[in-house]
Design a protein around this ligand. Structure first.
Ligand SMILES: [Fe+2]
Ligand SMILES: [Fe+2]
Ligand SMILES: [Fe+2]
Length: 404
């Protein structure tokens, strides 16, 4: 097992932001496209590499405060009622990560209109808020129709808002980037990731250390868990349970940190599922169950996009696989399930059984023990790791009570 190294923060945020782009219409590219428009404007305005980096990080997370599908739906129209709600929520989330205090402020004002009194924020940061606002409003005007046939109407609408929504001096840079067909084709292309990389990564690298990776993972855990009141601390419970189990199983401190991150992000793909299904009080239809089952597929692919995260991607995403190969969605068996993946699977089942669900209350020790035993017997869970948890049951129960 490799150690968890420092990772380029833009690559980390770029991958994680994919989880923010699930809506009822599937995976949109909203955050990436807004980032590309904002960076194109920034490049034309000759922003410094540091500012371009901050602009990328803020634009790639800008709607982090819009969690439910309903929240996201309201942001997709040109006139938004109370946009400050998701701006404020995004600010609160990001402000918990010490190194993200500037991003938090930029996002707090990313719907601020130029015609209104200036907010109490540094001018350099406000400039980035305005760029994100402009990029965001342009992006939501674009429909799935052929992109070049939309540019005139989109541009006309945006241009009518300079001086009211947006600072007038941003009109020229917009017209300059919009004059090239390639700008519009880029927005709709499968090469978008590479184009963003070229514009950004060649300019500046900013690494985050394991401690910050944990903080960022914890931020996303809060977002995942806020999708449903029944899972308000599930990711945290899986993470602390898995970390304790990993330590008991002899993992190094580096690998224990990776398990902690894997636990925090194991249900990242749940952001692809509507709240109506997650909170359903009753049995799921086969189609709804298929939708639930897709979550680990997305967890794997989003995390595997991050350089240095291959172990974390596996440990996080294989928690519904079984030793006999009858799990989902990859149907891998004991020959491919590493100890890390097995630990997160045991921690996930223990946590799920101990927590309340829409259709039942959290289970007591006797019932949990019975279910864990039968999961070992039917070749679903790892025997040694399950017994390790049961032997120290009191310790794990205590961890859970501390999270309440
Ligand atoms: Fe927004
Ligand atoms: Fe947006
Ligand atoms: Fe799960």
């Amino acid at each position: 097992m490799s150690t968890l190294l420092s990772i380029d923060v833009s690559r980390l945020l770029s991958a994680l932001s994919m989880s923010l782009d699930f809506t009822t219409k599937g995976l949109t590219n909203h955050h990436r496209r807004v980032a590309y428009i904002a960076l194109s404007l920034g490049k034309t305005m000759q922003l410094s590499p540091e500012k371009m980096h901050t602009l990328f990080c803020a634009s790639t997370l800008h709607d982090i405060g819009a969690i439910t599908f309903a929240d996201k739906h309201t942001l997709a129209s040109m006139e938004i009622n109370s946009p400050e709600i998701h701006c404020e929520k995004g600010y609160q989330f990001l402000n918990k990560v010490p190194q993200f205090s500037d991003l938090a402020l930029i996002i707090r004002y990313h719907h601020h209109q130029f015609q209104k009194p200036e907010p109490p924020i540094d001018k350099d940061l406000l400039q980035l808020s305005y760029l994100i606002h402009l990029a965001d409003r342009l992006e939501i005007l674009l429909t799935p129709a052929y992109i070049l046939s939309q540019r005139s109407s989109a541009l006309e609408r945006i241009c009518s808002l300079f001086g009211t929504y947006f600072p007038p001096e941003y009109k020229e840079p917009l017209l300059e980037i919009a004059s090239k067909d390639s700008f519009w084709l880029d927005l709709d292309s499968i090469y978008l990731d590479k184009l963003i990389e070229d514009m950004l990564y060649s300019e500046m690298h900013m690494e985050v250390a394991p401690k910050e990776i944990r903080e960022i993972a914890s931020l996303f855990a809060t977002i995942i868990d806020s999708k449903s009141r029944f899972t308000h601390r599930h990711s945290r419970l899986v993470s602390t349970t898995a970390t304790k189990l990993a330590t008991l199983a002899g993992f190094s401190s580096c690998d224990a940190v990776k398990i902690e991150v894997a636990g925090l992000l194991h249900d990242l793909g749940k952001l692809s599922i509507s709240e109506a299904i997650l909170e359903k009080n009753g049995s799921l239809s086969p189609e709804e169950y298929d939708l639930i089952k897709q979550h680990t597929y997305h967890t794997y692919h989003i995390l595997n996009h991050i350089p240095g995260f291959s172990d974390i991607a596996e440990w996080a995403a294989y928690h519904h696989e079984r030793l006999d190969g009858r799990g989902y969605p990859f149907c891998i068996d004991k020959t491919s399930l590493s100890t890390g993946s097995r630990i997160v699977a045991v921690a996930d089942i223990f946590s799920a059984l101990a927590e309340d669900r829409p259709y039942r209350l959290g289970m007591k020790k006797e019932k949990i023990t019975e279910i864990l035993f039968s999961s070992v017997k039917n070749n679903s869970l790892d025997k040694d790791l399950t017994y390790l948890l049961l032997e120290r049951y009191h310790d794990f129960e205590e961890l859970k009570s501390k999270l309440c």
